[in-house]
Structures are given as structure tokens and as C-alpha cells.
Write a protein that binds this ligand. Structure first.
Ligand code: SF4
Length: 352
């Protein structure tokens, strides 16, 4: 069997930072409870591993005892959540991805100017709930071309669209093109809202999926960007399966396949990919090729709220990093297990 590993895959800078926030708190706090509002990132294993270490996840700030520590997840929260947390005198540590915060800032800026904002994304996704909460009277969510006809527009010259960071670029283009037909004067966001990690992972699948019989995406079902990767593979004509881990792999998924593409959503830890590779090679033998499509170098430092919190505990936040998860660890893993691999450099440019 030929096994192709897509690079980039797995953790993005925002997920790496958000997980590191919780790791840092576990490291510096002895017995104080840590609460996280919503899943820190949308991955079952990440959340369960933190639960095993004593972290409590809540969907309602009212479930957090007064004066406790609360972490806001990578997806961001609405101002209403911050207000509720302040009322309970919670110590708020914000692990929102800076690229989500950027979309919040755009929403606030245009709402203040009196513009209407069409937010392209999934109604029930935590990121959309948070962004919409910044200006609920000015924002309408657009989740399909069909929903455009239900929009209430006051002045089509004061209209802008923004998007969720983890949309399929193809789906987003379809909706945005329909918005431009319906409202020719609509404005585009000042810079692209779909983030670099989403774009790069999707592009890698779009390029590599046609070379394979099946695509395995490691990720959880509530992970928007992981779901989009399976859809993109299928749109490229290759069957695809989203699996949380190697235990969900079945022989039916691989039936008739001689070439498999393995990738992972932005919230899926690389050790889950490694277990899957090992199982595939042990059961089917064959060769591994790592196909590099983009080199990424984006990194986010610890959030300001965490640094401030650390200083209140006499801890110097500079240079601290606990979470380690990178694709290079897979090369070490393959070397340790004596599994040969080739690297195929298909990079067209370094993409941030
Ligand atoms: S997928 Fe993009 S927006 Fe979401 S956490 Fe990662 S870098 Fe940030």
C-alpha cells in the first residue's frame, strides 16, 4: 500500500496556543480548579486528556463557582459571556485564536459605522455565536445561498460580508458570489477571514486526494475544519472518512485501496496520526511518502491575559512553552519504528 502523508496537517498556531494555555495553568496551579468555557478546541482526545487531568468544561458560565479561573476556548466568546463571567468575578483567561479575534474586531468596527454585516458561516458553530454576539443587531448569518433571500437589508451601500475562519473555501466562494449578485455594492473584508491553516490544509487535500483511492482525515465530528477536509476530498472524487483515532479505522474503509492519503484537522494531535500510520503499515505494509505542499511558520505567543495572570503569581511568562506537537515528531516516530519514508517537496511557496 502507498501511504501519502499530507503536509501541512494537524495543529495550527491557534490550537497550539489554546492547548498551551491550559497546559500552562495545569503547570502553575497546584489545587485550584480550572474551568474551560466550551471545548478548548474541537477534538475529543484533547478534551478528554484535559478532563483526566482535572480540568472542567462548561457550556454555561453560571456553572462556574464565583472567583474561579475560567479559560475561553480558541473559538472565542460573545461579550455576553464576558459580562456573565465578570459578574461572577471569574479570573478570565482568553485563549481565543488571534485570527478569530480579528474577525470580531472587523464586526465591531463596521457595526459602529452603522453598516450591516453578513456573516458567512454555520449558525450553531461556537465561533459564529461569539462573533455574532459582538453586534447582534447588525449581523445576520448566511449559511447557504438559499438563505440570502431571507436577509433584511436597509442600505445595500453599507453592507459587508465577513466569514467564519474554518469554512470550505469552495463553499464560501459559492455563497460570496451569490451575495455579490444579490448585492453588487457589498464590500469584502479588509483581509481574508478564512485562516491560513484552513486554506493550506484544504489545498493540500485538493492537490493530493486525486492521487489516492481513499482519504483518512483524523479529527472529531464537531471539528468544522476536519469535516471540510473530508468534503473537499469527496469533491475531488476520492472517498473520504473522518475518524477520531485508529480504533475507528475499519477494513471496509480501505476496501480495494492501494493508495491512502492521511491528513488531520487543525485540532487533531499528531500522536493520533502516528498510531494510524503504524496500524496501516503493520497491517498492509508498503511505503510512506510525505508530500510537502506548504511550509508554515505562524506562531502565536501566550495570550496577554495569561501573561498578566502569571505575573500575579510571580511567574515570568517569557519564553515559556509546554505543549509540543509538530509534524517533525512523526519523522522521529517513523525512524524509531524503523519505517522508511520519502519526502516529496511540492511546495509552491512558504505560506503563512
Ligand atoms: S483553524 Fe485558523 S482560526 Fe481556527 S484556531 Fe486554527 S489558526 Fe485560528
Amino acid at each position: 500500500m502507498k501511504l501519502i502523508l499530507a503536509n501541512p496537517r494537524g495543529f495550527c498556531a491557534g490550537v497550539y496556543m489554546a492547548i498551551d494555555v491550559v497546559d500552562q495553568l495545569l503547570d502553575i496551579l497546584d489545587d485550584e480548579p480550572i474551568y474551560v468555557y466550551h471545548d478548548i478546541v474541537h477534538n475529543l482526545h484533547v478534551v478528554n486528556r484535559f478532563k483526566e487531568r482535572g480540568v472542567t468544561f462548561v457550556e454555561d458560565v453560571e456553572d462556574v463557582p464565583h472567583n474561579s479561573i475560567i479559560v475561553f476556548s480558541a473559538h472565542g466568546v460573545s461579550p455576553a459571556v464576558r459580562t456573565a463571567a465578570a459578574k461572577r468575578k471569574l479570573d478570565m483567561i482568553d485563549a481565543t485564536c488571534p485570527l478569530v479575534t480579528k474577525v470580531h474586531a472587523e464586526a465591531i468596527r463596521y457595526a459602529r459605522r452603522g453598516w450591516q454585516i453578513l456573516l458567512v458561516g454555520h449558525h450553531d458553530h461556537q465561533e459564529i455565536i461569539g462573533t455574532r454576539g459582538e453586534a447582534p443587531d447588525s449581523i445576520q448569518v448566511v449559511d447557504s445561498v438559499e438563505s440570502i433571500k431571507t436577509l433584511q437589508i436597509d442600505d445595500p451601500t453599507k453592507l459587508i460580508y465577513l466569514t467564519q475562519t474554518t469554512l470550505s473555501m469552495d463553499d464560501a466562494s459559492t455563497i460570496i458570489n451569490a451575495l455579490k449578485v444579490a448585492f453588487p455594492e457589498i464590500n469584502s473584508p479588509p483581509s481574508e477571514d478564512i485562516c491560513y491553516a484552513t486554506t493550506n490544509r484544504q489545498h493540500a487535500v485538493r492537490v493530493l486526494a486525486p492521487q489516492c483511492d481513499v482519504v483518512l482525515v483524523v479529527g472529531s465530528r464537531n471539528s468544522s475544519n476536519s469535516l471540510r477536509l473530508t468534503e473537499i476530498a469527496e469533491a475531488a472524487g476520492t472517498r473520504a472518512h473522518l475518524i477520531d483515532d485508529v480504533d475507528e479505522l475499519s477494513e471496509e474503509m480501505l476496501s480495494g485501496s492501494t493508495s491512502v492519503l492521511v491528513t488531520a484537522g487543525a485540532s487533531a494531535p499528531e500522536d493520533l496520526v502516528q498510531s494510524l500510520i503504524l496500524k496501516l503499515i503493520q497491517d498492509h505494509g508498503g511505503e510512506i511518502e510525505q508530500h510537502d505542499i506548504f511550509h508554515e511558520s505562524v506562531e502565536f505567543g501566550l495570550p496577554g491575559t495569561l501573561k498578566k495572570f502569571m505575573r500575579t503569581r510571580d511567574i515570568d511568562p517569557e519564553g515559556r512553552r509546554i505543549t509540543m506537537d509538530d509534524m517533525a515528531s512523526t519523522n522521529r516516530f517513523l525512524d524509531q519504528h524503523g519505517i522508511p519514508y520519502n519526502v516529496v517537496d511540492l511546495t509552491v511557496s512558504a505560506a503563512d
